[in-house]
Design a protein around this ligand. Structure first.
Ligand code: UTP
Length: 289
């Protein structure tokens, strides 16, 4: 029997060095795209996919991420007194179900794999989703909801994948590909950041995963991989052959908001999707190009 997916892990303990100095005193995941921080997009996407329990893996200087989903009593009181119903409705979208968000600390950022291992007590014996909030995906059906459909079809591990230029394989986790029906891809191997000449394909994992809890026992070995970090990809690779493992070509556009260009492009793409902003943004862009 396939277990229902209810849990989501959001690793947010990275240093965000590519975004300094903005990330010196603010978490990267609090950077807004248009008017919403990245973390809220991730939580909303997870909720739309049926996730009910969240664990944020945080680190130093990340408390704003936790505060963000609290009720802001003073602010809401003032807005109520001033009859600001629209602003109150916007704030309501940041409220979370009481008790639905827990946090664990990753004291030292030893890598994404280590961050997930820090959430092991939360994960327990259940399947879980991982969402990396700096990967922002514009899609008609949210990306994680697409993966959940794949999970119930395949009954095992499934990751969202996209094609990347050959010369960039050394930035990503890359798939070795078995049977490929155009949507679901059987994964026969995984390599983290291979050089283009060694890459088994140009299909890269992006920041959406559904994994079985057994991955934790491989993470617990604390093997260091690419960049000297505990790599999630290396632990996932050990599940192949023991459990179903698939990649899914999701429908949508992904923006790497941990990177300056990806972030700027996301601003434009998301603003152009907004009926209250699209015309004005288009007019501004015309002035520049
Ligand atoms: P990145 O590879 O984007 O690293 O992490 P980073 O530290 O956030 O940013 P740069 O590369 O220095 O600019 C991918 C995701 O994994 C989390 C990050 O918070 C991000 O969501 N992460 C990474 C951790 O939680 N802990 C880690 O030790 C490393």
């Amino acid at each position: 029997m396939i277990k229902k997916l209810r849990k989501g892990v959001l690793p947010v303990a990275g240093l965000g060095t590519r975004f300094l100095p903005a990330t010196k005193a603010t978490a990267k995941e609090m950077l807004p795209v248009v008017d919403k921080p990245l973390i809220q997009y991730a939580i909303e996407e997870a909720r739309a996919a049926g996730i009910e329990q969240f664990c944020m893996v945080t680190g130093r200087g990340k408390t704003a991420l936790v505060e963000y989903f609290d009720v802001a009593y003073e602010l809401e009181h003032t807005l109520r007194e001033r009859d600001k119903t629209e602003a109150l409705a916007i704030l309501a979208t940041t409220h979370s179900e009481p008790g639905s968000i827990t946090t664990v600390r990753q004291q030292v950022p030893l890598g994404l794999g280590h961050a997930i291992w820090c959430a092991r007590a939360f994960i327990g014996d259940d399947p879980f989703a991982i969402l990396l909030p700096d990967d922002l995906i514009l899609a008609d059906q949210p990306c994680l909801a697409q993966l959940v459909e794949g999970y119930y079809e395949t009954g095992g591990n499934i990751v969202a994948v996209t094609e990347v230029p050959r010369e960039q394989t050394n930035r990503y986790g890359i798939l070795k590909v078995g049977h490929d029906d155009g949507r679901l891809i059987e994964v026969t191997g995984l390599v983290e950041k291979p050089e283009p000449k060694d890459a088994p394909s140009n299909l890269s994992i992006i920041g959406r995963y559904i994994l079985m809890p057994e991955v934790i026992k491989y993470l617990a070995l604390m093997d260091r991989g690419a960049g000297g970090e505990v790599q999630l990809t290396d632990a996932m690779a050990k599940l192949i052959g023991q459990q179903p493992f698939h990649g899914m070509r999701y429908k949508g556009r992904r923006f790497d908001c941990g990177d300056k260009i990806g972030y700027l492009e996301a601003q434009v793409a998301f603003a152009l999707k907004r009926s209250d902003l699209a015309d004005a943004v288009r007019a501004i862009l015309k002035n520049y190009v």
